[in-house]
Design a protein around this ligand. Structure first.
Ligand code: AMP
Ligand code: GLY
Length: 440
């Protein structure tokens, strides 16, 4: 197969790296890609991955499979456009992309499907009074102080505020509904009860009818050690998660993923891609926080290190509505599975991330880091400037490591981080603390 990966971050670097190891794959290219992807020998094409026409011009008659990394191209209809010209795409059409593109749409679908989730209601800009009233009601109904305010559309990970007082919640609702927070396009909001418990990321690949779980990870959303400071896109992740066993995965598939696929089918949406379920393990069982329509970033990086079998064939089978064939595959080498290895990724971020990252600083030490056993450094936000590798995004590198146990994987990753030089860089020192505590 010839495979095109769309996107330019650490997730896409990891996808290229992993897909190229599959027996079924002859060539992997990326668009637009990044310097790390180029360095690993993959061709990159400088196009806008969210422009359906540009993507189709690049892909037409040249690729057997397009794997879409980020959500923006899917929300923009790149999946639909590629399917129209007969290309197999791993990633949903625009209709299915609403799961991530609109929180209101997603929550309505969860209710329709009977998936456990936080109690909530959606409000539009002219409904300020009833929204403020609901803030009081939801506190009484759920009996918790926390309430959560979310803007409806994509907001680059900044659209959610977890509020700890009524006053803070009222202020957030006013800012959202008036357009002060996200402009006129962001005036629909969802208000929901605050849930508590550990958060996990569950990844299921789907072919429209069937789904299979391909891994569970835990992300670290806050910028600072001990989960302090502002929320980010993710400062690191690890897998497997010691307190999630096969029984819990079965429960999540039965109560969340499969009913969601059925509800999508009932709306005549054939969802072909990954369902990334963000769940909270509450005292009353797993509850859905949100769906994403793509692999997590940085969770994808660790999954790519743990997955065994022919991933490209499995993604192509999803794209073609034939996942059942892969799940029943008898040849062990082609079955998709997860190794028993533990994987961790530590995000090296730019000075000032997430508020105002400083870009353009020179990066060195990556090859020394890569020389450590079990380590692979993926590029997340880098570019070449005048022949030098420099930072070009808030999250710059993903230092990823694998080992038989989580402590060794963590030691390897942090030893590798020690080799990376980037002025003002920051990384958390406690990634995977949840698993290390259990192991020790
Ligand atoms: P989302 O973009 O919906 O994933 O929200 C971002 C983050 O906000 C989540 O990863 C959670 O940490 C937090 N969050 C979202 N919804 C809730 C909720 N109902 N209760 C508590 N925390 C939440
Ligand atoms: N790591 C969180 C996300 O990809 O949304």
């Amino acid at each position: 197969m010839k495979v095109l990966v769309l996107g330019s971050g650490g997730r896409e670097h990891a996808l290229c790296w992993r897909l190229s190891q599959d027996e079924s794959v002859e060539e992997v290219v990326a668009a637009p890609g990044n310097p790390g992807i180029v360095e690993d020998g993959f061709m990159c094409f400088d196009i806008d991955p969210t422009d359906p026409q540009e993507v189709c011009e690049l892909a037409k008659d040249k690729f057997d499979l397009v794997v879409v990394g980020p959500e923006a191209p899917l929300v923009a209809g790149v999946g639909d456009a590629l399917r129209e010209i007969g290309i197999s795409v791993f990633g949903p059409n625009k209709d299915g992309a609403q799961l991530e593109g609109s929180k209101k749409w997603m929550k309505d679908l969860l209710v329709e499907a009977g998936v456990p989730t936080a109690q909530h209601k959606s409000f539009e800009s002219h409904e300020l009074e009833s929204a403020l009233q609901y803030l009081e009601d939801i506190r009484k109904i759920s009996n918790v102080e926390l309430s959560v305010i979310k803007t409806d559309g994509l907001a680059g990970g900044k659209g959610v505020i977890v509020t700890e007082s009524l006053e803070q919640a009222r202020k957030a609702v006013q800012e959202y509904l008036s357009g002060d927070a996200f402009g006129q396009a962001g005036t629909t909001c969802v208000i929901e009860e605050g849930l508590t418990g550990p958060e996990i990321s569950v990844f299921a690949i789907c072919d429209g009818k069937d789904a299979t779980c391909i891994g569970v990870a835990q992300d670290h959303k806050r910028v600072g050690d001990d989960d302090t400071g502002p929320n980010t896109g993710g400062m690191g992740a690890y897998s497997p998660v010691p307190f999630v066993d096969d029984l819990m995965i079965r429960e999540i598939m039965d109560t969340c993923i499969e009913p969601t696929l059925k509800a999508l089918q009932a709306r005549e949406i054939s969802y072909k891609g990954v369902l990334y379920a963000g769940l909270m393990l509450t005292p009353t069982g797993p509850k859905m926080i949100e769906y994403n329509i793509r692999f997590g970033d940085p969770e994808c990086q660790i999954l790519m290190m743990r997955l065994t079998g022919d991933l490209a064939m499995a993604l192509k089978a999803c794209a073609d509505g034939e996942l059942a064939n892969i799940l029943m595959q008898e040849r062990k080498s082609e079955q998709l599975g997860l190794s028993d290895y533990n994987a961790i990724t530590v995000v090296i971020s730019a000075n000032g991330y997430p508020v105002s990252p400083v870009l353009g600083n020179e990066i060195s030490g990556i090859s020394a880091a890569n020389d450590i056993e079990g380590v692979k450094v993926f590029h997340a936000g880098t570019k070449i400037d005048d022949g030098h590798l420099v930072s070009a995004g808030g999250r710059v590198l993903n230092v990823t490591a694998i080992a038989a146990d989580i402590s060794t994987a963590r030691d390897r990753a942090y030893e590798a981080c020690g080799f990376i030089k980037l002025e003002g860089a920051h990384y958390r020192n406690d990634i995977a603390y949840q698993a290390v505590e259990v192991q020790d």
